[in-house]
Design a protein around this ligand. Structure first.
Ligand code: SF4
Length: 337
C-alpha cells in the first residue's frame, strides 16, 4: 500500500526537525500497580521455589506469557490440570478467584500463592458484605471475565448477576409496575463494577437501574469500584486528546485486555480515530495518512518494552518520539483503596 506522507517542520525542545509528525504519550499508561505487584510475586516465587502454575490467564498479554513460561510460570486451566502436568504449586492471578480455589488446592495437596490485586479483593469483600446485608448484587462487567466471576463467587449468594447493559437484567420494569410479563427488581439492589470499566458508562447504567429500584420504598446502592489506576489511565487519555489535540490514538495491549479495549473506546467516543493494537506490525499505514500528532496509550497489562516498540516503529515511519521517553515510574506509588 502506498501511503500519502507530508513532511512538515516540527518544533521540538532542541529546534525544528523535518519529520512527518510526532508521538505524544499519555501521562499514565501500561502496567498498573496491581499487575506489576502480581508479576513480582509470581516471578519471585518461581525463581525461589521452582515451577508454578497460575490458574487461568496470568496476564492478558501474549508477549509476557511467553517470557513467564521461560521462568517456570505457566498457566493451567484448573488445579486438576496443573497437578496432572506435574506442578506442586498454583497461583491465583491478579484478577482473583472465587473462594473455591483455596479448597481445591488444599484437597490436591498443592501450595497456593495468592497474587490477587488488593483492589479486586476489596470488591470481592464488598460484594460479600452487601449480600449479607440483603442486597441483590449486580456486578457491572463482563460475565466471562475471571475478576467478575470471582466477585460473584465471593458474594456467596444466588442473588447475584453480572451484566453490561440494562436489557441483560432479569427485570424489565420499575418497582410498582404491574402487568403480564412484568418482572420488577427486589427491594434492595447494589451495584459494584468490574475494576476496569468506563466510569461514564457505569454512571449511565446505574442511572437507569436506580430508576427501576427506587420506587415503592426500594433501596439502591452504587459502589464505584473502578480502580484508581484504571481511572487515571482513562483520564490521562482524555487529557491527551483535549490538551494535545491528537489526530490518532493507538491503544496498545493484548487482544483479551478489557481495559485496553476501554481505552480505545474512550478515544473513539471523543471523536479521535482509535485502534486497539497488540504489536507494532499491526499499525496500518493508511491510519497515518495526513496525521501529524499520534497519541499513544496502553492497557494495564502491557509491558514497557512493547509500548517502546510501537513508539520505535512510529519513529521509523517519520514521527518524533516523546522527549521524556514513555514514562517515569514512582516505586513508592500505592493506589487509594
Ligand atoms: Fe488492580 Fe486495577 Fe490493575 Fe486490576 S487494573 S490489577 S484492579 S490496579
Amino acid at each position: 500500500m502506498v501511503t500519502a506522507t507530508t513532511d512538515v517542520a516540527i518544533a521540538t525542545g532542541t529546534g525544528t526537525s523535518t519529520r512527518r509528525g510526532r508521538v505524544v504519550v499519555a501521562t499514565e499508561l501500561g502496567y498498573c500497580w496491581g499487575v506489576r505487584r502480581a508479576l513480582d510475586i509470581v516471578q519471585s516465587a518461581a525463581d525461589a521455589g521452582g515451577p508454578i502454575a497460575p490458574i487461568g490467564d496470568v496476564i492478558h498479554n501474549p508477549q509476557v506469557v511467553i517470557r513467564l513460561r521461560e521462568r517456570g510460570v505457566e498457566g493451567a486451566a484448573s488445579v486438576e490440570e496443573a497437578v496432572d502436568r506435574g506442578f506442586r504449586r498454583v497461583a491465583i492471578t491478579a484478577h482473583g478467584m472465587g473462594p473455591h480455589l483455596a479448597g481445591e488446592a488444599a484437597q490436591a495437596g498443592v501450595e497456593l500463592v495468592d497474587t490477587t490485586c488488593p483492589l479486586v479483593t476489596k470488591v470481592q469483600r464488598l460484594a460479600q458484605k452487601l449480600a449479607r446485608q440483603g442486597y441483590f448484587i449486580v456486578v457491572y462487567g463482563d460475565s466471562y471475565h475471571p475478576e467478575v466471576r470471582s466477585v460473584i463467587g465471593w458474594s456467596g449468594t444466588s442473588k447475584a448477576i453480572a451484566v453490561k447493559k440494562v436489557s441483560d437484567l432479569p427485570w424489565n420494569a420499575a418497582r410498582g409496575q404491574a402487568g403480564p410479563d412484568t418482572v420488577t427488581p427486589p427491594r434492595k439492589v447494589a451495584v459494584v463494577s468490574q475494576t476496569t470499566k468506563n466510569v461514564d458508562e457505569l454512571m449511565a447504567f446505574a442511572r437507569e437501574l436506580q430508576a427501576m429500584v427506587i420506587p415503592e420504598g426500594g433501596e439502591f446502592r452504587l459502589c464505584n469500584t473502578i480502580c484508581e489506576p484504571t481511572s487515571e489511565r482513562q483520564n490521562a487519555l482524555k487529557r491527551l486528546i483535549e490538551d494535545e489535540q491528537v489526530e490518532l490514538i493507538l491503544a496498545i495491549g493484548g487482544k483479551k485486555s478489557s481495559n485496553t479495549a476501554r481505552l480505545a473506546e474512550v478515544g473513539q467516543s471523543l471523536g479521535v480515530p482509535s485502534h486497539h493494537i497488540e504489536r507494532p506490525e499491526e499499525i496500518d499505514p493508511s491510519w497515518l495518512d495526513g496525521v501529524g500528532l499520534v497519541g499513544v496509550t496502553a492497557g494495564a497489562s502491557t509491558p514497557d518494552d512493547v509500548i517502546q516498540a510501537v513508539v520505535d516503529e512510529l519513529d521509523r515511519r517519520g514521527y518524533i518520539p516523546p522527549e521524556g521517553g514513555i514514562r517515569q515510574i514512582d516505586p513508592d506509588y500505592v493506589p487509594a483503596f
